[in-house]
Design a protein. Structure first.
Lengths: 388, 448
């Protein structure tokens, strides 16, 4: 249908007898060509924008590598840009960015994929209409408002009651997971026994495992409850907030991917006697895996490029936490360093201090470009697979 | 596995999904609740007589006769305070040097705290800064300051392994046995007579300029700045985005060049916002010199670049959603391609395009990182339209950051910060609700 419309719409193939003269026809053709050329010119502005961004960031970034060398930047953690003999080791910032992004993904991915599965396969359509605006509003809230919440509301809470909050989280997450795991494990373990002994063996295994899990939870909860958090502005705070910010992206992109998996696959699985959970886990999720991967990559991009939240609530300490996964220590990210140091570096345009920020921006830009490229490639490959 | 276990797993699987959605909704509520509750506190609050004095003296607002009567009554209630201090000071002169030295510091501190609570004592020199010329204008802040009049903070460092522990010591103990001891119960019981708290609806918070770096007044310069930046960004982004969308949907064939263009658009969408800020600084300001330093114009251009991909995608989607029968009918009637786009497709796609535009407007209004280096300043007067081409401006998003982290008295102006956040979030939510409403109308029309 669309192809046919295109053929009719194409002026060049229109029947000549409808036109008044050859000259009028030529004029019309030139006008159409010019118009379409102008449209193309405006459209290609985005191409130039991307090229210009790369060029101008790189132009101001390269002098830094000439001035200070590559090695110090990537391998040293000594960040003293305003010292008499300045040092520009950005390793701590790279680690900080990576750490908060990792934390955000840990929060956003399980929640996001569960929510997406629920939206696409579990809850009825009428209810979905009510959930969608929630996701939209979460995506729409400005990052500075998230940052303000993290700094003014969440950080004091974490500092005063952080241990209890963590302990409560462990209980809330751990208890159902443990209960479920125990039931399944005991079931699998007693699968081969005959009916008489099975019930008793099951109960015995369940009691044994349950006691162990409870003891583990109590010990973990106690340990966390006694935890003293020195400062509420730390990597944990930022990770949670960034996770919530990345959630809408993860949910909507993976929901699209799940929807794109056809009815036939689901119905086939149901016909073989699978439950809904088994259908989703064993059939739908693998079929949608590339889209979900793309969703995760987009979530990573959202988290690593975020500035305001990390600037306000990460503590901005240019150090690698000790040990490296200690989320309770303050960190500093690339974006926050750019935002925070430009104010002072602005006056000394041309110094290493000014160029180092562009070098960081170049790294961010390259990373986001790479992510974007990979996610597009994944989606394109998946489409080809489905099509072929 | 047994059937029951499988069923249990199935149920809990569905439960996990529902739980995730409930958690997401809870996160939204937890996020928005303090912003709304405390944000309204900037507009509806219990104001003291100092607020009314400020309004009368700076804006000539309020009933002059009544406010002056109130000021007189508050002054009468405060008189015993100053009388007690004066009496104590007179008594001090008759004391020995040791006692005089002992009381000097507590008295100095006490007088300072009383001044922050009630404003300068009558008969003293008018201070330079406006924040010192008035007492506490808000009753909630006045209660906080009252406790600082009544109690002295002391830090206990006796346990070297832990951070210092804060302890409150009543100031009354410092002056035990003197004539000043009666001052503290008087403050505790009669503060409302000295400050006359009354509920106020200060809607002009939104339209007043700020005074003395946001200690008093409203947030009009920020609102205006955000308005300029957003409108400016849309002025650049809408035409470019719409034209690009028309080209991509109606003209472009599936060539390699168009594929590269699409990749560029999605790359642009993925560039971190802070990088846009740096680019705006390096390109618009340092290279193109659209203005000699930060300006609304440079900021708008940077923001426009950032929201361009969103506008293009939304417009593209809206144009694609127009039923192809419309187009075919127009073409079959002999209309040219451009004519079809202009008279048939665009009007039909308009609500959808508008939805995308409104959403990207919210994004432009809320974004901070791109304007840090290109447009935003912390304090400024509201700009006239022609100044927008050369002058930087305060903006809601930037000032939330600035007031919450870099202001000299962050705790004193919490209400202003929450007011700014509420205004910004309210604005963005309003825009998004408009979009949701528009979309609901479109889907109804398409169905009906």
């Amino acid at each position: 249908m669309a192809v046919k419309a295109e053929a009719i719409g194409d002026d060049r193939r229109a029947v000549p007898s409808l036109l008044l003269s050859h000259r009028a026809r030529r004029r019309q053709r030139i006008a159409a060509g010019l118009g379409s050329g102008a449209l193309f010119a405006v459209t290609s502005l985005s191409l130039f924008a991307v090229l210009f961004i790369f060029y101008f960031i790189a132009r101001d970034a390269l002098p830094f590598f000439k001035l200070e060398g590559v090695r110090e930047f990537f391998a040293s953690t000594r960040w003293y840009p305003s010292a008499e003999k300045p040092e520009f080791g950005a390793l701590a910032m790279f680690v900080g960015s990576g750490l908060v992004t990792l934390g955000a993904i840990v929060v956003a991915v399980p929640l996001g994929i569960s929510a997406a599965v629920c939206l696409s396969d579990v809850i009825p359509f009428s209810l979905r209409q009510w959930v969608k605006p929630v996701i939209e509003v979460l995506a729409a809230i400005p990052s500075v408002a998230y940052g303000f919440f993290a700094l003014v509301v969440f950080a004091p809470l974490l500092q005063q009651r952080g241990g209890h909050l963590l302990a409560a989280t462990v209980w809330i997450v751990g208890l159902p997971v443990a209960a479920l795991g125990i039931v399944v494990l005991s079931d699998i373990a007693t699968d081969r026994l005959d009916d008489k002994r099975r019930s008793a063996a099951r109960w015995a295994i369940m009691a044994f495992l349950g006691a162990g899990a409870l003891a583990g939870l109590v010990i973990a909860g106690k340990a966390l409850g006694a935890l003293h958090i020195a400062s509420g502005t730390n990597a944990l705070n930022v990770s949670i907030i960034l996770g919530i910010m990345a959630l809408p992206t993860v949910v909507s992109v993976s929901e699209d991917a799940l929807q794109a998996v056809g009815r036939e696959l689901r119905e086939g699985s149901y016909a073989l006697g699978a439950t809904r959970a088994e259908t989703i886990v064993k059939t739908v999720l693998p079929a949608a895996s590339s889209g979900i991967l793309a969703a995760i990559i987009l979530g990573i991009m959202r988290a690593i490029g975020e500035t305001m939240v990390v600037w306000m609530a990460s503590g901005n300490a240019a150090q690698i936490p000790h040990p490296i996964v200690n989320f309770l220590e303050p960190v500093r990210t690339l974006t926050a360093t750019i935002a925070g140091d430009m104010g002072e570096a602005d006056q000394v345009t041309g110094s290493a201090r000014y160029h180092v920020l562009f070098a960081m921006a170049l790294c961010l830009l390259a990373f986001s470009f790479l992510c974007n490229f990979v996610s597009e490639w994944i989606i394109r490959r998946a489409r080809k697979k489905v099509g072929g | 596995m047994r059937l029951e276990t499988r069923r249990l797993l199935d149920r809990s699987f569905a439960g996990t999904g529902v739980l995730a959605i409930v958690l997401m909704t809870a996160a939204l509520v937890i996020l928005l609740a303090p912003m709304f509750v405390r944000g309204f506190g900037a507009i509806v609050f219990t104001a003291t007589v100092e607020q009314r004095r400020l309004m009368l003296e700076k804006f000539d607002r309020g009933n002059r006769v009544r406010v002056e009567a109130e000021i007189a009554s508050a002054r009468a209630a405060r008189e015993p305070v100053y009388a007690m201090i004066a009496e104590f000071e007179r008594g001090l002169e008759n004391m020995g040097p040791d006692e005089r030295r002992m009381y000097a510091k507590p008295l100095r501190e006490l007088k300072k705290e009383i001044q922050t609570l009630l404003g300068p004592a009558p008969g003293t020199v008018q201070p330079m800064l406006m924040r010192d010329q008035y007492g506490q204008t808000r009753w909630d802040r006045a209660r906080v300051k009252l406790s600082r009049v009544l109690y002295r903070e002391e830090w206990d460092y006796s346990d070297p392994t832990r951070a210092g522990v804060k302890k409150l010591k009543p100031r009354a103990e410092d002056f035990a046995g003197t004539s000043l001891e009666a001052l503290f119960p008087y403050f505790e019981h009669d503060l409302d007579k000295m400050l006359l708290p009354r509920r106020t609806f200060y809607w002009r918070f939104l339209t007043d300029e700020s005074f003395d770096s946001h200690f008093f007044g409203g947030i009009w310069p920020e609102i205006l700045g955000t308005f300029y930046l957003t409108i400016g960004a849309m002025l650049f982004a809408i035409p470019m985005g719409l034209i690009a969308a028309i080209y991509l949907t109606e003209y472009a064939r599936d060539t390699r060049l168009v594929g590269i263009l699409r990749t560029c658009i999605s790359t642009l969408a993925g560039v971190p916002s802070i990088v846009f800020g740096l680019f705006g600084l390096a390109f618009f300001i340092n290279t193109l010199n659209v203005s000699s330093s930060k300006s609304v114009l440079a900021g708008s251009m940077t923001l426009a670049l950032m929201i361009l991909p969103t506008v293009i995608r939304a417009s593209e989607e809206a144009i694609r959603a127009v039923p192809s029968a419309y187009k075919e009918a127009a073409l079959s009637l002999g209309s040219g391609r451009w004519h079809t786009v202009w008279t048939i497709i665009l009007p039909a796609a308009l609500p959808g395009v508008l939805t995308g535009v409104v959403i990207s407007m919210g994004r432009a209004a809320g974004e901070t990182a791109p304007i840090i280096f290109t447009a935003a300043v912390s304090v400024g007067k509201p700009l006239a339209l022609w100044q927008a081409f050369s002058q930087p401006t305060p903006a809601l998003s930037w000032n939330i950051y600035n007031l919450a982290t870099e202001h000299e008295a962050v705790d004193e102006i919490r209400h202003v910060q929450f007011g700014l956040v509420l205004t910004l979030v309210g604005l963005v939510l309003l825009l998004n609700l408009t979009a949701i409403f528009l979309r609901a109308r479109i889907s109804k029309r398409l169905r009906g």
